[in-house]
Design a protein around this ligand. Structure first.
Ligand code: GUN
Length: 281
């Protein structure tokens, strides 16, 4: 049976460390979360981000905008937050309603307040790193950074290992691949057009599933003893399920993350870390 990677416990440990550090600061780090519309999943995520901010002693602002808001009105809100000295991190919850251009919206966030690390300047900075600095000092997208924190906590050796990333999104797949590469893993990215995906997946020492398909990764797609990180959060009749068929895969993996209680809490912990990092800069 695989060893469980406990994201909840690690997230708690990180949040305790942040709480202590915030108490010693002469100012309060501030995060603004912008939510457009009423997407139920986004509402839940935003609520837990707010709750986490309060728990560690951050200043937090939630800005809820109607789903039909014009793009220029949204940009005005962002530009105000860019100038607000109480705010060190700005997060615009994605996905945005279809009439809004996500790229233009993200481009308008001040890169110095880009807590998600989605702005092209910050993505470029991450891409250009040849080695990875200490995670404490690294501004990287929250979920991928959370994954790297888990691998670090469980002392998973990445040097020269074969890492396979399932999914090529800008939010998850691409940045995780960049970070694993900077830790000297040999990285392969698979996606919906990949031929023989199952065969590639079964060669992975480290397998990152970020494709958004419930229970997609079966035991035949996993090498014995592999480290399996499940980034998926899919709503199904059985409740929240990951991209990995946990019951099957836990029997052969070396390490595995559960859903819920794995990567999810780590995203929040790393959002807090990034906010603190930006505030201290
Ligand atoms: N939607 C799903 N995950 C995220 C995230 O990490 N940041 C933002 N802004 N939106 C998301």
């Amino acid at each position: 049976m695989a060893q469980l990677i406990d994201g909840r416990a690690l997230s708690k440990k990180i949040q305790e460390k942040i709480t202590k550090e915030v108490a010693s600061l002469k100012f309060r780090p501030g995060l603004a979360v912008v939510l457009v519309g009423e997407d139920p999943a986004s509402q839940i995520y935003v609520k837990s981000k707010e709750r986490a901010c309060r728990a560690v002693g951050f200043y937090s602002e939630k800005i809820v905008l109607e789903k039909n808001i014009a793009q220029d009105k949204l940009l005005t809100v962002i530009k105000k937050l860019n100038k607000n000295p109480k705010i060190h991190g700005i997060l615009v919850q994605l996905p945005l309603p279809k009439h809004l251009d996500e790229k233009i919206v993200i481009d308008n966030i001040d890169p110095k307040k880009d807590v998600d690390v989605f702005h092209p300047y910050n993505v470029g900075e991450l891409c250009l790193k040849k080695t990875l600095p200490k995670l404490d000092d690294l501004l990287a997208p929250c979920t991928p950074k959370g994954v790297m924190r888990m691998l670090e906590e469980y002392k998973i050796d990445l040097e020269g290992k074969k890492a396979v990333v399932l999914g090529r999104s800008n939010l998850i797949g691409k940045p995780i691949a960049l970070m694993l590469l900077a830790k000297n893993a040999t990285v392969e990215i698979c996606h919906s057009r990949t031929k023989n995906l199952a065969k590639t997946s079964a060669q992975a020492d480290i397998l990152i599933a970020a494709i958004g398909k419930a229970n997609f990764v079966k035991k035949t797609m996993v090498k014995k003893g592999a480290v399996v990180i499940d980034v998926g959060i899919n709503r199904s009749k059985q409740g929240l399920v990951g991209d990995v068929d946990f019951k099957e895969v836990e029997k052969i993996a070396g390490y595995i993350t559960p859903v819920p209680g794995g990567v999810g809490p780590m995203t929040i912990a790393c959002l807090l870390e990034n906010t603190l990092l930006l505030a201290k800069k």
